[in-house]
Design a protein around this ligand. Sequence first.
Ligand SMILES: Nc1ncnc2c1ncn2[C@@H]1O[C@H](COP(=O)(O)OP(=O)(O)O)[C@@H](O)[C@H]1O
Ligand SMILES: [Mg+2]
Length: 206
Amino acid sequence: MKADTVGAGPRDEGRRAEAGPHMAVSGVGLELAVADESELQAAAGALGRYLAPGDCIALSGPLGAGKTTFTRGLAAALGVDPGVVTSPTFALLHHYHGRLPLCHADTYRLDDPAELWELGLADCLAERQAVVVIEWAERLRESLPPERLDVTITWPRPAASQALPAGRVLQAVGRGRRGQELVEAWRQALGLGLAAGGRADARAGP
Ligand SMILES: Nc1ncnc2c1ncn2[C@@H]1O[C@H](COP(=O)(O)OP(=O)(O)O)[C@@H](O)[C@H]1O
Ligand SMILES: [Mg+2]
């Protein structure tokens, strides 16, 4: 797993600190390259251990990028059997019960993604009893809660052939204070250490 932290915008460019193959700087973001599905789930699990009721993870990325796979990794860390986690295609909102409750929503099938609010997402967010994960969260845009962690999953480069590569790139941006806390916790869980003063222990592994 290779991890970089990314800044919030152009102003952060000058604060980047090069350190071997990995970089870590203070900022509100994290960029992580994973080689395959098990690494993606492990990365999600590293985040999942820090999640608390009321946290919201907003997942974006194209079909097949790995949003549901990521949710399985989170679920496992929350004590939910990852085997039962599927795309909420028909119910649109799934509730799982592990060490913490998990509310898993998907806007993909909805013509009007805001319908998800009436289908129970608003209650899940307001009650703050569960961790809330939303797939295709970009479709909800400004109606997303201001305190959240945005995670975008993409391929590292356009596929050269029909066969899709196993590698993925995860970009996380913490929104609000809790979102930034989650980025920091995730960064530490991945072995990146604290980004004190703009520099950090930039090793992402041994
Ligand atoms: N590194 C990877 N991370 C996640 N999924 C991967 C990876 N490599 C291959 N895959 C495959 O890609 C598909 C991702 O599907 P899914 O998680 O349902 O995507 P989404 O929810 O974003 O549409 C699965 O078939 C999975 O086996
Ligand atoms: Mg999905």
